[in-house]
Design a protein around this ligand. Sequence first.
Ligand SMILES: C[S@@+](CC[C@H](N)C(=O)[O-])C[C@H]1O[C@@H](n2cnc3c(N)ncnc32)[C@H](O)[C@@H]1O
Length: 263
Amino acid sequence: MTDAWEVDPAYENYIGRWSRLVAPQFLRWLAAGPGGAWCDVGCGTGALSHTVLRTADPARVVGVEPSAPFAAAARAGADDPRFEVRPGTAEAIPAADGEFDRVVSGLVLNFVPHPVEGLAEMRRVTRAGGTVAGYVWDYADGMQMIRVFWDAARELDATAATLDEGARFPLCRPQPLRDALSTAGFTEVAVHPLDVPTVFAGFDDFWRPFLGGQGPAPGYCTSLPAGRRTALHDLLDTRLPRDDAGRIALTARAWAFRGSVPA
Ligand SMILES: C[S@@+](CC[C@H](N)C(=O)[O-])C[C@H]1O[C@@H](n2cnc3c(N)ncnc32)[C@H](O)[C@@H]1O
């Protein structure tokens, strides 16, 4: 099963709407001054790029994205002459050495087959003294929406254990992130938790995005035969707590990371 990143509305409903909540917190933590050339690696539909444009006063922002439909959505979402999107990947960023002051990346590093190589490539396109930073979900614990999904899936299906992103992405914890950044040659390495509310209007609002096929958990969900998908639906439906208004109020934790390129 591959991790599909193709359909914009489905992605926005599943993850984009929550990444758009993490991005402003991440930028506050980064506390970068105005101006500068930014690169957003794996910009997707533009959750982070658009927030940089709106809140960080950049001189320019280059999004890099392998998925053509996502790149088109990112462009369409920001009518801003400071913004361009280039096709490319973290392993081969289409940019000159030292082109950027800040290279950022939201919810991408764990999908890069060799994260340290991806970080080293981000370092290549960042000027000396510049910053590489990003965030990934805490799949193993604090990203509750995905955590409760896999916990239920694993109860019903032993094969889900190997697909569970908490198991698949051990990188997404503080010490492995610090180690990866240090190995890739960064100094002043830091990792910090970012927590956002993920409030669903009701069970349908929680469940429907898992039917969109975008990313590992929805990819697994849509691959199930109808009867087993219904069993998973029903287990989650009985398990998830509602508040008085019928909402499912969860939280999502991302680990933000940063490192400096040695002068
Ligand atoms: C979870 S989405 C995050 C998108 C966006 N940054 C956000 O925060 O909403 C993961 C993104 O990583 C991209 N991606 C997957 N493999 C990649 C790679 N090797 N290099 C760069 N981007 C990659 C996908 O196409 C997708 O846009």
